[in-house]
Design a protein around this ligand. Structure first.
Ligand code: VGL
Ligand code: ZN
Length: 200
């Protein structure tokens, strides 16, 4: 068994004061740093959108942030502009210990498609390369923490379980957006996929 800690999107825009702030998003940082010491591998992910990304409401005239749209790959929430490549909002939270990261995966960089999951873009087909990286290092077990529980952590955890990894989500080290019951449905979907939800 070889174990990796996957830290999802602990970036300024998902923390209080950011463009897509998740309540208490910053409060999980110290405990995530502490957990890094126990992992054999540490991977950080970074939401990394070009300006004018198709997941931004501002790219769809008349569309309100948090409304839904049909994309060629399925329904998509339209978000406020966030995590624009190179911006302060896209930077990791300043207290996150990035020195321990073996690998940083950036996602959501293709203008026409969003990517919640650290493994596949929202077409559930286009790989990010993380599966190959973990496999070629012999990693079998993953612990996921970060932001947001109901979007990027959720999709990453379900994909990881489908790919055959043994997956634990530390819900105490995640925080949620919780849009129209999305947190409850994310927890159900993760459990149905065989993901272990743990709060210690
Ligand atoms: C995320 C919405 C849009 C996340 C990223 O990290 O959960 N949510 N982009
Ligand atoms: Zn995003």
């Amino acid at each position: 068994m070889t174990h990796a800690l996957i830290v999802i999107d602990v970036q300024n825009d998902f923390c209080p004061g950011g463009a897509l702030a998740v309540a208490e998003g910053n409060t999980i940082v110290p405990a995530i740093n502490a957990l890094m010491a126990e992992a054999e591998a540490v991977v950080l992910t970074q939401d990394w959108h070009p300006a004018g990304h198709s997941s931004f409401a501002s790219s769809h005239p008349g569309a309100a942030p948090l409304s839904m749209i049909d994309m060629p790959y399925g329904p998509q929430v339209l978000w406020p502009d966030h995590c624009v490549q190179g911006s302060d909002g896209a930077a990791f939270h300043p207290d996150l210990d990035t020195t321990r990261a073996d690998m940083i995966v950036r996602k959501g960089f293709r203008p026409a498609i969003d990517s919640y999951s650290a493994f596949f873009e929202n077409d559930h087909e286009t790989p990010t390369g993380l599966d190959g990286y973990l496999r070629s290092r012999g990693i079998t077990d993953l612990t996921l923490v970060g932001l947001a529980t109901d979007f990027c952590v959720h999709y990453s955890a379900v994909d990881a379980a489908k790919l055959g990894f043994a997956v634990t989500v530390r819900t105490d080290l995640c925080r949620a957006i919780d849009l129209d019951g999305s947190l409850a449905s994310a927890c159900t979907a993760m459990q149905e996929a065989g993901v272990r939800l743990s709060d210690v």
